[in-house]
Each structure stands twice: as C-alpha cells, then as structure tokens.
Ligand binder design. Structure first.
Ligand code: AMP
Length: 439
C-alpha cells in the first residue's frame, strides 16, 4: 500500500490530507502526483469520483509559493464544479498559506475583485468570467506556473474551447499543465497536442469500462407510470438519492409530485439563478434534503458522497450522460445503485446506451414480473428518436486517429506503477469512452 508521503508531498500538505481522513492515495493520485511534482505535463482520462481533484490540487499546492502572485489556474466548466474544487483546495491547503478564489459568471464582480485585491495564489475559474477578468486586468497570467483543465470534454460540449485557447495563449509557456477528461474526443486531443508539452498520459484501459460498484438496472414502463415506481424505489432509501430528468419542466414536475407525497426533495436546473442553485445544492450536500431532482447540466461534477441511488427518470439522450449520471453514486469506493426508467418511446435510445454498459445489468421487468405491452421491445431494434436510428456519439471511440500520443511519446506513455493492477493502458491499448473507472 503506497502512502501519501511516498508521493513526495510535504508535511503541511500531509497534515491537511490527514485531517480529511484519507488513508491512502487513490490510483489516479498515486500515478499523477509524482509526475506533476517532477514538473511534467499530464493528460488523464478520469471521471469525477476518481479523486482527480486531489491529484492535481495537492501537487499544485506544494509547488506554489505564498505571496508570489497568481501561480495556479484551474479551469472548470461549471460554477458548481469550480466551487467544489475551491472548497477541496481550501481543505487540502489548510496548513499552507496558499489562498484560492473562485471566479465564475453569475456572481457579482465585486466579491471576486475584493478577493483578488486581497491577494490569491490559485484561481479556479469558469472560462467566460476568467476572460472578463483578463480583459479588465483584474487577473494577470504572467506568474502562472501551473494550469489545470478539468472536465475538458464538458468544456468542449459547452462551447468553451475557443475561450480556453484564448486563455492559454496568454499564459507563460513555461508552466506545468494537466488536462482531465472523461472522454477523449478529437478536439480535446488536438488541444492537448497544441498546449501540453510531451504529457504523460493516463488512459483508462478497456477493462476499466466497468461501472464498478454500481448495481445498474432498468425498468421499461409507460411514461405515466414512472412516478408510482419512483416512489416505490425511493421509499426504502436510507441516505440520499438523485433523480435525473430530461428537461427543466420534468424536473419541476417531479419535484412537485415528491413534495406532494411529503418527500424532502429539492430541484436544480439550468434556469435557476446562481444563488438559488447554490442554496439548493447546499441543502442537498448538507443532508437537509434527501432527494435531488436535476437536469444534466445542473449536475455535472456534483460530488455528494452519501448518494446511494441514482434514478434516471428519463433516459439520457447520449450514452456519455448515462455514465456521468450514474457516476454520482458509488463515489470514493462506496457501493451504489442506478435505476433507469425506460418509457416505450425511449427504448431505441436505451438500446444504444445499453450496448456500452459492460457490467451485468438487471432487467427489473423480469425481476418484478412487470409486463410490457409493446411486443418484445428490448429485442426490437427501435430506431432512436435522437439519432435517427444510428448509434453515434460526438465522442471518439477510442481510435487514436487524432494523433494522441505521437511517436515521440511512444514507449513513454505506459504507466507501470501499481504492479499487477494494470489500471492504465498505454496508447496501444483500447481507449474507452464514457465509462467509469475506479482508477
Ligand atoms: P473527485 O474525483 O476529485 O471528485 O473525488 C471524489 C471523492 O473522493 C471526493 O469526495 C474526495 O473527497 C474523495 N477522495 C479523494 N481522494 C481520496 C482518498 N485518497 N481517500 C479517500 N477519499 C478520497
């Protein structure tokens, strides 16, 4: 068992980790921290839940000097994720003198300007607001030595790639940079080619496409019956539960029904003001609410360790989202459950997702003896309403056509730490996408 101190972390940081009760590093931390501390760039295929925040944050905290200007920059796609990263850094860095600020749209400039005036060493930012600060001169990147792009594929989905390039072009070339992404679409590979210097790559190996620790099941039912079953499934839950819906209207409706049934539920969706989203997430995180009803955008990157059940009230419209959603449970090595409600009209979409699930999937219709009145829908190749019957995604399927890992990296990209665990693949190994890794 490797210990944190064997990774080269100093005493102040080790004390912070100890306070958090982390006993041993997660595989991603064991792999990435020594590389970053040695000053080498990293590309990591990693999900939220893998422990990637500590992987990049601990190395950054150690390398940054107090009162020496903004040296660390972390970019994240959403305010929620940015705030969560900041909170983690504050905990890890409790015994360092490093100060951190979150910079995101939707919050008044004043608070951020005040914090920047007082002096910070690390900025955690969503790209748009960061550009506002760069343009008005309230943040300068000249002292930056460490950069992180977190959830790069989500930033791509949200249209931030040009913003990121704009920002990176302003940063000094001599810096240590790492990029984390659950999937490696071509655009992300191109970005890493352009901006990272001979990065060490940690990719998921094919057999890590596991959904490990998550009992996954599905139930094909009429849309109008979903609520009844929702109640049945959440009643026995002892801890917390997230219910994912496809639209904000569904989110509101489901939350309303749950209130009527006297459940302690909160809802979060993209249209809510920043303030209300924070309040709502705060309630859920602190355990004041048992159920969170959410759309996908609102939920990315959310980390609440006590979530034991994820219900896909609606089938997500991309297979990747399915893995993002179910990854909200079974966090940090815990066990969790994910149940997907498949309405008759979603059978086509569900079939596409199902093909990517590499672990046993329980058929609740069979288990519970619930008849489906459309003829044998799961065997029927119903065309997907979203993809016109084609199984496709925006994401590269693991082929290395994007040039990820060019020849100069050959022989250098295998991570051979961790002995027989074989958690990473080198560039010759099949890459996975959308899968969940325990790292
Ligand atoms: P992340 O993937 O960074 O969102 O981390 C997922 C969860 O794992 C967070 O709740 C972390 O606090 C927790 N965590 C990270 N590293 C460790 C560790 N070495 N031991 C125990 N928990 C950890």
């Amino acid at each position: 068992m490797t210990e944190f101190k064997e990774l080269g972390l100093n005493d102040d940081i080790l004390k912070g980790i100890k306070d958090l009760g982390y006993k041993e590093p997660f595989p991603i931390q064991e792999a990435v921290i020594p590389v970053l501390l040695a000053g080498r760039d990293v590309v990591g295929q990693a999900h939220t839940g893998s422990g990637k925040t500590a992987a990049f944050a601990l190395a950054m905290l150690q390398k940054i000097k107090p009162r020496n200007g903004i040296q660390g920059l972390i970019m994240a796609p959403t305010r929620e994720l940015a705030m969560q990263i900041t909170e983690e850094i504050k905990k890890f860095g409790k015994y360092t003198k490093i100060r951190v600020v979150t910079v995101y749209g939707g919050q008044g400039m004043g608070i951020q300007l005040d914090a920047l005036d007082r002096g910070v060493e690390i900025v955690v930012a969503t790209p748009g607001r960061l550009i506002d600060h760069l343009k008005r001169g309230s943040i300068e990147l000249r002292d930056i030595t460490h950069i992180v792009l977190d959830e790069a594929d989500t930033m791509l989905d949200m249209g931030f790639i040009e913003d990121i390039s704009f920002i990176l072009d302003l940063a000094p070339e001599d810096r240590v940079m790492s990029l984390y992404s659950a999937t490696m679409p071509t655009e992300i590979l191109r970005l890493s080619e352009e901006y990272l210097n001979n990065p060490k790559q940690f990719l998921l190996s094919a057999d890590d496409l596991s959904g490990d620790g998550i009992d996954q099941s599905f139930l094909v039912i009429k849309d109008r019956d979903k609520f009844k079953y929702l109640i049945d499934f959440i009643k026995p839950i002892k801890r917390q539960c997230i219910v994912f819906c496809s639209t904000k209207y569904r989110t509101r409706d489901v939350a309303k029904f749950l209130h009527q049934e006297k459940f302690n539920a909160v809802a979060i969706e993209g249209d809510m003001s920043q303030h209300r989203r924070e309040q709502t997430m705060g309630k859920f995180r602190s355990g004041k609410a048992d159920i969170l009803v959410a759309t996908d955008v609102a939920s990315r990157g959310i980390d609440v360790p006590t979530v034991e059940l994820v219900i896909n009230y609606d089938v997500p419209n991309q297979e990747l989202l399915y893995f993002h959603r179910i990854g909200r449970t079974a966090r940090a090595g815990a066990k969790g459950k994910a149940i997907t409600f498949v309405s008759y009209s979603s059978v086509g979409d569900w079939n596409i997702i199902k093909r990517q699930i590499k672990v046993p999937l329980e058929d609740l219709n069979q288990k519970m003896g619930i008849q489906i009145s459309i003829p044998d829908p799961l065997k029927r190749q119903m065309p997907s309403r979203r993809y016109g019957g084609q199984s496709r995604s925006n994401y590269s399927r693991g082929g290395r056509s994007g040039g990820y890992g060019r020849s100069h990296r050959d022989g250098d990209s295998r991570d051979d730490r961790g002995g027989g665990r074989k958690r990473y693949s080198d560039r010759g190994g099949k890459n996975s996408y959308g899968g969940r890794s325990r790292w």
